[in-house]
Design a protein around this ligand. Structure first.
Ligand code: TGC
Ligand code: FAD
Length: 393
């Protein structure tokens, strides 16, 4: 049965006053779309472990692919706060839906726009912005997750093409993607980005089945067996690990906003339930123990909102560092997960059902706390930044 989305936004510290009218309008338009198109079907999709192709396509129609990419290539030309509020609203609906948009924007369109040739930008970006083409980002390998610098996927020169061999693992959208930005080592041992297209001989992308998390998002492998990639598909503008890691900065920033959205949905659900559910002759929201949970949730949401607003402002000014972004991703996902767990308890047994979105958010956030750099890795990035001592060496 289709669900009615009763979400009401909670702006406890009047933080909307920090956001431009243009960005608020974009946020509200995405919020309406999520209520109308995502909320009614997303629980069913998650229960069935199905990705909605309709949502995947419509994200292009509503401008969620490349909102911060230049207009001349089909993007929205918005600033980083604009991108952030869109990710917040999408993840308020479901982390899998936000993943569709953030991978396409930050991990596929961003590297092509930043490091691609003019021909590559013209060929790929407009079709990616409308959703006609879907992209994926291949960095992680079966034996190299937190340590992508160890990757073994490689390419060698063969006249007018490169021959690509290796395998990527846990790649969002790879089974359905038209193109993949794949990071591989050249004969000089340096990491470069290659655009691999669906249908290239020797390239397969089997799906990873049976996930308990992000069940509305498709995850797969990428396997390259002597794949001939034309030389014009190499991203000319970057070499070294900073190429893929710079894309991660963008995506991690979007996730930090997205986590606020998931947390807001859990809090809103728990708050409403606490006022309606009667036990011992009173609404459970009247008991101090439940008020403690709810008060701590809105406090952490407010802190998380301030953090992403500040990082977004610094990004707009060109002053944000990767370590700033790591702090926001780590903090916001940790607290979103804690809020989801506490909110689930407020609902008692009802909290484990698909009648409410909380358990789905909680399970999704178990992926979000791992991908784009694990919780531990982000702590070590902050540790390195403040001590000057590198735990990864
Ligand atoms: P390290 O020696 O420190 O650095 C190598 C080069 O990269 C530069 N760099 C960065 N550049 C831009 N942004 C960053 N965040 C950067 N971090 C490092 C660095 O300056 C250096 O440049 P250069 O020019 O001097 O060579 O590298 P390391 O090998 O020691 O690794 C550091 C570490 C552990 C922090 C890094 O490898 C890391 O972040 N690991 C986590 C891996 C990760 O996040 N993977 C995510 C895969 S994609 C994904 O999960 C998508 S989920 C999709 C969805 O939303 O559905
Ligand atoms: P590992 O690196 O093996 O880590 C295992 C544990 O060891 C973790 O707890 C970690 O924190 C800890 N650990 C590792 N190194 C250290 C250290 N130095 N100090 C202390 N602890 C450490 N990747 C892509 O490239 N593209 C995608 O689109 C993509 N989508 C994904 C979608 C989903 C649903 C998931 C779950 C993952 C996705 N990933 C993707 C992969 C993701 O980025 C990796 O899972 C993540 O980087 C961690 O790698 P790993 O799973 O191999 O864990």
């Amino acid at each position: 049965m289709a669900k009615v989305d009763m979400f009401q936004s909670h702006d406890y510290m009047l933080l909307d006053e920090l956001i431009s009218d243009e960005n608020l309008m974009a946020r509200d338009a995405i919020r309406d779309w999520v209520k109308q198109e995502v909320s009614p079907i997303i629980e069913d999709s998650a229960q069935k472990h199905e990705m909605s192709l309709k949502i995947l396509k419509e994200l292009g129609d509503i401008g969620a692919y490349g909102p911060n990419i230049p207009v001349e290539y089909g993007g929205g030309g918005m600033d980083e706060i604009g991108y952030g509020v869109i990710m917040q609203e999408l993840e308020r609906g479901d982390s899998g839906v936000r993943s569709m948009a953030s991978v396409q924007t930050s991990l596929v369109m961003y590297p092509i726009n930043r490091y691609g040739s003019e021909e590559q930008k013209k060929k790929y970006l407009p079709k990616l912005s409308t959703g006609e083409w879907i992209g994926c980002f291949g960095l992680t390998e079966p034996d190299f997750g937190s340590n992508p610098g160890g990757m073994v996927t490689n390419y060698v020169d063969d006249g007018d093409a490169y021959i690509l061999n290796g395998a990527k693992m846990w790649i969002t959208n790879s089974p359905i993607a038209d193109i993949g930005v794949v990071w591989a080592k050249g004969e000089d041992g340096k990491v470069r980005g290659l655009i691999v297209e669906k249908g290239m001989k020797g390239f397969t992308a089997p799906e990873i089945e049976n996930k308990w998390s992000l069940r509305t998002s498709v995850t797969g492998e990428m396997i390259f067996e002597d794949v001939r990639v034309p030389k014009e598909n190499l991203l000319p503008g970057v070499q070294g690990l900073r190429g893929p890691l710079s894309c991660l900065n963008k995506a991690r920033y979007g996730i930090a906003w997205g986590a606020v959205g998931a947390a807001m949905d859990c809090y809103d659900t728990a708050l409403r339930y606490s006022k309606e559910r009667i036990q011992f002759g009173k609404p459970i929201g009247q008991f101090q123990l439940q008020q403690k949970k709810l008060a701590e949730m809105i406090t952490e949401i407010t802190k998380a909102q301030l953090l992403v607003w500040r990082v977004g402002t610094l990004l707009n000014e060109g002053k944000a560092t990767p370590a700033h972004i790591s702090m926001a991703k780590r903090n916001n996902v940790e607290f979103a997960l804690k809020i989801a767990r506490d909110a689930r308890q407020v609902l008692g047994a009802m909290g484990i059902t698909g009648e409410f979105p909380i358990m789905r958010h909680m399970m999704n956030l178990e992926s979000v706390i791992t991908y784009e750099g694990t919780h531990d890795v982000h702590l070590l990035i902050t540790g390195m930044d403040i001590t000057g001592l590198n735990a990864f060496e």
